[in-house]
Design a protein around this ligand. Structure first.
Ligand code: SME
Length: 135
């Protein structure tokens, strides 16, 4: 367990590292579970209207409800999708799990269709696991 100020630095460092180094990550952020809903945390990218998301709602809420990574190659084909920006074409959401409990998630949007593959998933799941150990 790490104190909140240190955790803030960790979240900020991760979004910066990812955003600076992976060109097709166009919105990179965290939603954390607070009182049973997903609450927007640190992010880099355009401001979003979706400050809170319910489990089951949108790509983020579905990943949280299913407790597994959700990759969407073409968001325009998803009916249960919450648009953040016009430019977004694909999305990956990786839950941060402690045991069976979802503590939050990493959410990445790309302006490219089908931007995310299993290597992105592997990287983000490793980061999620590392974070979970501190929470
Ligand atoms: N597209 C997400 C909402 C969050 S924004 O991408 C930052 C969704 O459908 O859940």
């Amino acid at each position: 367990i790490t104190n909140e100020k240190d955790m803030d630095r960790v979240y900020q460092g991760i979004v910066q590292l990812l955003d600076n180094n992976i060109p097709y990550f166009n919105w990179t952020g965290f939603y954390m579970v607070e009182n049973g809903e997903l609450v927007l945390g640190h992010y880099i990218g355009k401001p979003t209207d979706h400050l809170k998301i319910q489990f089951g709602e949108g790509i983020c809420g579905q990943a949280a409800a299913n407790k597994e990574t959700f990759i969407v190659d073409d968001v325009s084909k998803e009916s249960n999708y919450l648009a953040c920006s016009f430019e977004t074409a694909s999305e990956i959401v990786v839950p941060i799990m402690k045991g069976d409990e979802v503590l939050g998630e990493i959410d990445i949007d790309s302006d490219e269709i089908a931007a995310f593959d299993e290597l992105d998933q592997e990287l983000l799941e490793k980061i999620a696991a590392m974070l979970a150990e501190r929470l």
